[in-house]
Write a protein that binds this ligand. Sequence first.
Ligand SMILES: Cc1ncc(COP(=O)(O)O)c(C=O)c1O
Length: 472
Amino acid sequence: MKLDEGDFAAMQLAARLSAEYRRDMASATTTPTSGYGEIFARFDRAVPAEGTDGLSVIEELDAGARDGLRAIVSPRFFGWVNGHSHLAGVAADWLTSAWGQNCAGIPMTPSGAAVEAVAARWLLELLDLPAESSVGLVSGATIANFVGLAAARGEMLLRQGWNVEDDGLYGAPNVRVLVGADAHNTVFSGLRYLGLGEKRVTTIATDTLGRMLSGDLERALRASSDPAIVIGQAGQINTGVSDPFAEIIPLVHAAGGWIHVDGAFGLWARASEKHRHLLDGIEQADSMATDGHKWLQTPYDCGFVIVRHESAHRRAMDMAASYLTRDNEQFRHPGAYVPELSRRSRGFAAWAMMRRLGRSGIAQMVDKDIRLAQLMADGMAQIPGVEVLNHPELNQFVVRFGARLGDSEGERLTQATVAQIQQDAVAYMGTALWRGRLIMRVSVCSIATSEEDAWITVEAVRAAWETVQARR
Ligand SMILES: Cc1ncc(COP(=O)(O)O)c(C=O)c1O
């Protein structure tokens, strides 16, 4: 087929539009000017009977969607733990799509498989994790948690003489699941997918900031001789704290259990000399999940599952088919560690970001984001009537407005102030519930955020809070 000139022009237009969008972003507002309903109405037409040329498609998409985009890549976006979708990663991602490489196996894409293998090794080196670990590149931490827990389930049952991969769960021996009280909801999704049950867990008490209490874990482990899967976390979603791994992991192992750690963003603290002590002992964990599209700043669709027991990882995930030839068993087979067959070659963007930032660039970014979180928390704490509920040891903190007022008035004021901040559109923050109270949550996870952005944000919070108080 001859190259269609319209489609070719569409690619060039997409590159130009992308570059323009990102160039404008430093000064962009952080709130879409059109909402879901408006955007939906624009696109909500009958299925087109005929196709149209590629250039028009991209023009139509940009014209229709542009004003409903949330400026997640803005340096003052603190709403969720989202990375910057760094341009070097985006560029590698474009190539990935243009090359059309399906990373199901080495024969399909020698380059995709080889670059992914190197990215996997670099990840272990950057995070200083055991070299014998196997790594799967998945769509995000949700699926990474699922894969880690699948390996855990298989291994815990195999140690009791039961092959869950062959025989399923009906009639299987018991495996307990112990989870910290402040775990992220995605680990429960993983338990649900695996038939382990979202509610069939023992909850381990946590301290005021969300760290698992090792004494409670020890008691729970002792309460039964059934093997346990324990789920810990590096980086609590509201406060950023991590479990005391040096205490809890030996307890789990002494009880013959498996510990999986959700480190969607927090695991990246291992890349920093200054902050890796927060995760002391984590290298002993049996499996871990983390994201590239958080602190590595890759575009979306980049998560990593890391398992210290390669055979358990492969038993849970590997698949075989006669048409998927494997004549080179000495090489890492990319499909052996993930649940999908056809998938994009995620290793290209992951490799590109590690190559772009290097060890020192990643460490500096992590240190800088933590410093800016602390600076913003301190700045907000000085505003009368504003209460910062945790001094961030990582990149997350929570804030309440109406410090000396009762819970319901404080809740109303917090809601109103966050709405005002979003309306002012200088910075973006959202709300969440923490310890049963509505709070404003701040996540600093972008390479683009500068000290100036941090101060601008503190002033934006002050201004919004003053507006809300003036209305009282
Ligand atoms: C602690 C934690 N775990 C898991 C996830 C899920 O990650 P993903 O959205 O990449 O699937 C997140 C996402 O914010 C998270 O913060």
